[in-house]
Design a binder for this molecule. Structure first.
Ligand SMILES: Cc1cc2nc3c(=O)[nH]c(=O)nc-3n(C[C@H](O)[C@H](O)[C@H](O)COP(=O)(O)O)c2cc1C
Length: 410
């Protein structure tokens, strides 16, 4: 049997039936009130039946006024916990485990959402002519920091109450916790900035406070960047040092990714001189990190073949994270048990304009998620132009709805 289908036990005793994890993908399929509903239940049912051992949800916001995008899920109070319980139990079919990824976008928020734009320092995103789409953030005060810490703790506790098997704290991809870690975005000179220990303080504080509130069997995981892939940014030596801190704190699993909106390495594109591998983009970095820690390491990015997944596991990596390929074919893990040579599908958009290519890639995967959420088979060869236009149209309607809602109810 392939090593990919061997079970795995986390340091807290939680067992998953195989090494394949559906990595977090924001779905933008929430019901009104930022709640999971039928669309998400259908999608997660497809993934649970499809054979992955572990499912990590798309990022769930700790504050509905700071969203990565419209149509996202937020969990801030116990009022609608039933909808989340149903989400968890749907994903737990077929002996599958589910962790909720929890996130705060920091400065990576669209201006037209009119929500909060907070960051370690008041430094706006630089995306060339697309920069104006994003809000200029406000440097966080001590009160803002205390509020964000409490929000992560509340969301994690509620996820446990709803029956999720764990949470993954999102500290990668240029979102708030990643902004604190990076010297490019964290220009503070107080205890939350400067040295790496100071830049990691917000993440470490959130972890300790969450740990104090949840059961030891509830898995606590973190997603971090191997590097920002921008000159002068957070780099792999910093990642090794942060992983050592997380090990000390007793974190149960660390997922290695990379990049941000400015440098979308998670799509295989960097903003410095480095090129990534064509498959398993972050494997070299993940190996380097895994060789220096006992915490189980997962790596995500560019994995869509069973042979590549096996190669990753052979390099001392505990778990395989897959996003796009499981968007295209939610049942790929199950199919690999009988068709080991089946090559998964990735969005393959060969456009020159990098920001547009990035948007079209996301739009294609989101289209696949939408189709599965309607119990349809994803259109693997969909036209990228139409897919991008439709995605923009959906986003604009969702944004309008979001704005009306927050104007009315806050
Ligand atoms: C549509 C889409 C939404 C995503 N949303 C998230 C997210 O909410 N949280 C996260 O950590 N990563 C997110 N990602 C990144 C994936 O988890 C993953 O790191 C990246 O896609 C690389 O893996 P892949 O090559 O298997 O797709 C998203 C990716 C896609 C395509």
């Amino acid at each position: 049997m392939s090593t990919v289908f061997l079970p795995f036990t986390f340091p807290n005793g939680q067992v998953i039936k195989n090494r394949i994890t559906k990595a977090a993908m924001e779905e933008n399929l929430a019901d009104p009130g930022h709640l999971p509903g039928i669309a998400l239940y259908n999608l997660y049912s497809a993934w649970a039946k499809g054979g992955a051992g572990l499912i990590i949800t798309g990022n769930v916001m700790v504050d509905h006024l700071a969203m990565t995008g419209p149509g996202g899920v937020a969990l801030e109070d116990a009022e609608n916990l039933k909808a989340f319980q149903k989400w968890a139990s749907t994903a737990q079919q077929n002996d599958t485990k589910i962790w909720m990824q929890i996130n705060h976008p920091g400065r990576q928020v669209y201006k037209n959402m009119h929500g909060k734009a907070l960051a370690p320092s008041a430094k706006a995103l630089n995306l060339g002519k697309f920069s104006k789409l994003f809000a200029t953030p406000k440097a966080m005060t001590q009160l803002d920091i205390a509020d964000v810490i409490q929000r992560f703790v509340t969301t994690a506790k509620l996820a446990e109450q709803a029956g999720f098997d764990g949470v993954q704290i999102h500290a990668a991809h240029g979102y708030l916790l990643s902004q604190f870690l990076s010297p490019l975005t964290n220009l503070r000179d107080d205890e939350w900035g400067g040295s790496l220990a100071n830049r990691a303080r917000l993440l470490a504080t959130i972890i300790s406070k969450v740990q104090a509130e949840v059961a030891p069997e509830f898995t606590l995981a973190v997603k971090i960047n191997s590097a920002d892939f921008q000159r002068g940014g957070f780099d792999v030596d910093d990642a090794v040092a942060v992983v050592a801190m997380l090990e000390e704190l007793g974190v149960h699993c660390i997922e290695i990714s990379g990049g941000s909106y400015e440098a979308p390495a998670m799509q295989g594109t960097t903003a410095d001189e480095r090129t990534l591998a064509r498959e398993a983009y972050f494997l070299t970095f993940a190996e380097q990190i895994a060789s220096k820690t006992r915490v189980p390491i997962m790596t995500t990015g560019g994995i869509y073949r069973l042979a590549t997944a096996e190669k990753v596991l052979a390099e001392n990596i505990a778990l395989i994270g897959m996003a796009s390929a499981l968007g295209a074919q939610p049942d790929l893990p199950k199919r690999w048990t009988t068709e080991p040579d089946l090559v998964g599908t990735m969005p393959n958009i060969a456009w020159q304009n990098k920001p547009l290519k990035g948007l079209a890639t996301m739009a294609m995967v989101k289209r696949w998620l939408r189709e599965s959420s309607q119990n349809k088979t994803p259109t693997l060869n969909a036209n990228p132009i139409w897919t991008l236009l439709k995605d923009q149209l959906i986003k604009s309607k969702q944004t309008k709805r979001y704005n009306q809602k927050i104007k009315q109810y806050g």
